[in-house]
Design a protein. Sequence first.
Length: 243
Amino acid sequence: MIDSALSLASTTEPTGAWNALVAFVRDWPQMWPNLWLATMDTVYMVWWATVFSVLFGLPLGVLLVATDRGGLTPAPAVRAVLGAIVNIGRSLPFIVLMVAVLSLTRFLVGTTLGPTAAIVPLSIGAIPFFARLVETAVREVDREVVEAAHAMGTRKLTIVGKVLLPEALPGLIAGLVMTVVTLISYSAMAGAIGGGGLGDLAIREGYQRFNDHYLWATVILLIVIVQAVQSLGDLVVRRLSRR
């Protein structure tokens, strides 16, 4: 009797999994329009959040290095303030940050719902994260190169633009890729409060309506996007490192 039960389980489990896979593939054309729109919303959010992260995080990371002891313009007090701001920004869980900045989001974009509104907390969360990665990359630049440029009378801004950033470029690109991957995961969490994108679709169509196919599809698309970004970033970093 036990043997017959085990035999029955072994034959029904693959059949059930196979039927689920067939049903998922069959539903894919019907889900694709919604999946495509959600993917474009995710790309939109991540793109603009990345732009703002670079615009504000890059100079912030450089300042963290330049104002440190032994930097281009040592200013311990400024360094302490900037470091505290970055640490506070990095210490907040993103789901808490999204709720905490709802009033700011409404003030800036007029609403707290949708992909455009999600850009505000995404950027605020990613800027200190990217700033620390920039700081790490810039610190790895050989000090002798910087000192040589400084000894030749090169201006400090020129040293930053012509020496520090070019020498740290592979590390900066690697940090940027890590930031984009983090933003993709953040954008999925933004769906919890109506931020749009794949996370929002997974919650509305998958979780709330008990549609596992939407959950599987959004997971697959998020994995594909992350793998594509990571692979492209690794390729760029390898080529820059060979120069």
